[in-house]
Ligand binder design. Sequence first.
Ligand code: AG3
Length: 269
Amino acid sequence: MNTWFTELQTQAVSLGLKVSRVLWHEQTPYQELAVLDTVPFGRMLVLDGAIQTTIQDEFVYHEMITHVPLTLHPQPRKVAVIGGGDGGAIREILKHPSVEEAHLIEIDEKVVEASKRFLPEISEALDDERAHVHFTDGIRWVQEARDFDLIIVDSTDPVGPAEGLFVPEFYRSIYDALSENGIMVAQSESPFLQPHIIQRVMTGVSQSFPVTRLYLAAIPTYPSGLWSFTLGSKETLGTPRSVSFPTRYWTPEIQRSCFALPRFVEDLI
Ligand code: AG3
């Protein structure tokens, strides 16, 4: 079989992965969903043609979007993930013993359904008794939410269903949904290929949060392979705690060094 999946990352850049099997393909009420087995990265979830997660490199994204903010919070108890229907962020959050409740707010039930069926290694934590799954619009849900220690925006790219997750009004509702020392993190795309999105998210988050930081991680299946996350905090960030479980990307040194930005990224924000 000589089948390739190609993501058109921009109008002029694409990434091709050799495919060994197409497992699932459907049009949901929100987006086009596919699950494929790839030769280089194993099983992969694709939404509207954009790679969301693969078995081989998902650990980088899911560890970095969760452990970086969780270790900066003195005692995270109540956490929410907006988007993230594959369950990878919830799996990492539940490794922290202080966490009592982890809520997943996913607009598209079909993403959770496909992940549970085809990606159990990533989605299994959704069945944990501390996990609460809500199939609803994250923008509206966050307007009613209160007293969260951490809210993570694990969204798709800012086109289609996720567009409203990249605007200042949304970050303001997140601010209001957080407790007094609460933290938020949003995935904010690639400094090489989407610098304007990083600027948009950093500017939007800093309109509500007194402390705003950008950090980076290497994710080979995302555009350019260098990915950014934007963190907003209500209070000055203290020394990160360590963790009591094994990790594959995150280390205490990565926790410190991921905030060190190349000059061109510094100049962007
Ligand atoms: N959400 C971020 C995906 C962005 C990737 N963009 C792209 N391939 N063009 C990932 C969801 C994982 N829980």
